[in-house]
Write a protein that binds this ligand. Structure first.
Ligand SMILES: [Zn+2]
Length: 490
């Protein structure tokens, strides 16, 4: 795996020492802009982020696939915001970064017009796409002639799916001193800025740039008092990272029965900040997930192989993935309100051959493992019921659903983690909950204790690479004065 890591070692010092210690201007600018970005980042750190994780790969105009760096920059050390000294920079570069391939955005359209054309803009206006409005209408509203509007629409359609324009999409238009439009700018979801500008020599032409961003790792930890979701959420962890945390640990942990007061979690995730606006782009990519249950510690590390397959492994390179998940429910929707205190959550016994997960009605239920649907219909006391046959001798069953998901019909293949239905209280049930059964050779067994085969482990050069990732995570965590769960109990 090729890892590109920029490490900035920052130690706390008085701000005035920064200038003296840096010997070139570009380096100094880099530190100062880093400080500024971090300051803004801190201000915005509390806005929860629900942004989608961007695709790891982006395709350039010429069809080349470009990769984001798989592991982000170093940390958002609070010291940076009140001054720090850069003592070490490493920049291994194996492939061009996106910013190098496309060039960087500017803060304003006017600056870009000045940079890329001989024209000069003297004013800018923003136009938002209204409901039912076409491109030609909005360009007309912005003051383009019909012919120019058509020309720009053609350039626009080459870059953006015109049928999927969002109401409210903002177009910035730049005007010259005669109030004639000479530039247009819009943003897409992938963090690209698109420009269509006028130059006397070239007429109208289009290009895109990358918004410069700061990527860094954030460490969060805490003690659980209630549910794991509430505990992690309290640390302002972006939803994408929380979701991944729960998914990864969901293979090994039954979140409703195995978590006790005083158990602790820790995780390392990534944040991205738009350096031009300070906006939190919050990808939330999770790199490390740790949980310490009474006595028992488990830690998993994200590893991306050379062919861009992401997997999760313990420190020895053993896969976190099990054939079945312990918690076959979108755990993030569970809350302590629905936990043991309010609703009797039943364990496995001779009379009750499954476990119950109490959760609000409508909470997505996911397939504990990949397999083929055997039954998906009303089934007596079980109410709406789905049973899936997995590889080998395993089946799983899910009961009392309010609704079975579309496409989940006998004979259909389902993937592990796919939503197969929604929590309800159909059949013989006293409240909204999922009744979950694991069957071995068609006999119910205790889902809490059944031994589940695990996925593959890493070997050879990949294992060597992976050990490197583990030690990097360890360094990040230790640098924050913490001890990694994975290493604390040996
Ligand atoms: Zn039950």
């Amino acid at each position: 795996m090729s890892i590109m890591l920029h490490i900035k070692r920052v130690t706390s010092q008085v701000p005035s020492s920064i200038r003296g210690s840096l010997h070139n201007d570009s380096l100094r600018m880099r530190v100062l802009s880093l400080m500024a970005a971090s300051l803004v980042g801190l201000l915005f750190a509390h806005s929860p982020s629900f942004a989608n994780v961007p695709a790891d790969d982006l395709v350039a105009d010429d069809g080349r696939v470009l990769n984001y760096q798989p592991i982000p920059l170093a940390r958002p050390d609070a010291a940076i915001s009140y001054g720090g000294v850069l003592v070490d920079i490493e920049k291994p570069k194996k492939r061009p970064t996106i910013a190098e391939a496309f060039g960087a955005s500017t803060a304003t359209l006017t600056e870009m017009v000045a940079k890329e054309t001989a024209s000069r803009a003297t004013s800018e206006s923003v136009f938002a796409l209204k409901s039912g409005e076409t491109l030609s209408k909005i360009f007309d509203r912005a003051g383009f002639s019909r012919a120019t509007g058509a020309q720009i629409s053609r350039l626009f359609a080459k870059r953006v799916n015109v049928r999927r324009l969002q109401i409210g999409m903002a177009f910035t238009i730049a005007y010259d001193k005669d109030k004639a439009p000479i530039g247009l700018h819009f943003k897409d979801k992938e963090n690209f800025d698109h420009y269509i500008v006028y130059d006397e020599a070239q007429s109208w032409f289009a290009f895109r740039t990358v918004r410069p961003e700061e990527r860094y790792l954030v460490y969060a930890s805490g003690v659980i008092d209630g549910t794991i979701y509430e505990a992690v959420d309290k640390q302002n962890v972006p939803y994408a990272a929380l979701d991944e945390f729960v998914r990864v640990l969901g293979f090994s942990v039954d979140f409703q029965r195995e978590i006790r007061k005083g158990d602790a979690f820790e995780l390392l995730y990534e944040r991205r900040i738009d350096k031009l606006t300070g906006e939190d782009l919050g990808s939330g990519t999770l790199h490390y997930a740790g949980l310490r249950l009474s006595g028992d510690a488990m830690s998993f590390f994200r590893y991306e192989s050379d062919d861009n397959v992401v997997g999760w492994y313990d420190k020895d390179g053993q896969s976190a993935v099990r054939t079945l998940m312990r918690t076959p429910i979108n755990g993030a929707r569970m809350s302590s309100k629905y936990g043991m205190r309010r609703h009797p959550v039943t364990g496995y016994n001779a009379m009750h051959r499954g476990v119950d997960f109490a959760a609000p009605r409508g909470t997505p239920i996911i397939a504990a493992g990949s397999g083929v649907v055997e039954k998906a219909s009303w089934f007596g006391n079980y109410g709406r019921y789905v049973r899936i046959r997995h590889t080998g001798r395993y089946s799983t069953a899910y009961a009392h659903m309010t609704r079975i998901a579309e496409g989940v019909t006998p004979g259909a293949r389902v993937r592990q983690g796919q939503v197969i239905g929604y929590v309800g209280s159909t059949g013989r049930s006293t409240g909204a909950h999922l009744h979950y059964e694991v069957l071995v050779n068609n006999k119910q067994v205790n889902p809490l204790t059944v031994k589940l085969p695990s996925g593959e482990s890493l070997e050879g050069p990949e294992l060597v690479d992976f050990v490197e990732v583990v030690s990097r995570v360890e360094t990040e965590v230790v640098s924050r004065g913490q001890v990694l769960f994975a290493l604390s109990e040996q």
